[in-house]
Design a protein around this ligand. Structure first.
Ligand SMILES: [Zn+2]
Length: 137
């Protein structure tokens, strides 16, 4: 992982979401429950409708259209990263911290979803600026 990956992901996000994602990653990376060396980083933000369709066909998402496909993106996936081990979706990592931090920042967390639990997934509430001022209220 190089910093330009993280920057590119953040650049594709709605500015309110960007601020909140950075805050969640900060909260989680510095938490005492996180094993040594691991940090939480933005993995994917905006993606094309074509890529969404591919993920849908592969059964990796239940959604044919998601907030990742909006421009700017209103959803971002955050994943654990370690300088030696790389990216990890491992269930032994403290994903619950992502949930509690997301809640504190007024974001919807995919880990609470019933149909397809999606622990890396964070999104703004509502579909557009008119419906959501980003405060999460
Ligand atoms: Zn997602």
């Amino acid at each position: 992982m190089d910093r330009s990956h993280v920057e590119a992901v953040l650049d594709g996000l709605d500015p309110v979401l960007r601020r909140k994602v950075v805050a969640v990653c900060g909260d989680c990376s510095h938490h005492e429950e996180v094993p040594q060396g691991w940090q939480l980083l933005p993995y994917q933000g905006w993606r094309s409708a074509k890529e969404q369709e591919r993920l849908f066909r592969e059964g990796r998402t239940k959604l044919r259209r998601s907030k990742h496909n909006l421009t700017p993106a209103r959803a971002c996936d955050v994943v654990w990263w370690h300088p030696v081990k790389g990216w990890s979706w491992d269930g032994s990592l403290p994903w619950h911290l992502v949930g509690s931090s997301a809640k504190a920042h007024g974001l919807t967390w995919g880990g609470n979803w019933k149909k397809l639990v999606d622990e890396p997934h964070l999104e703004l509430r509502g579909w557009g600026e008119g419906k959501n001022d980003g405060t999460g209220k």
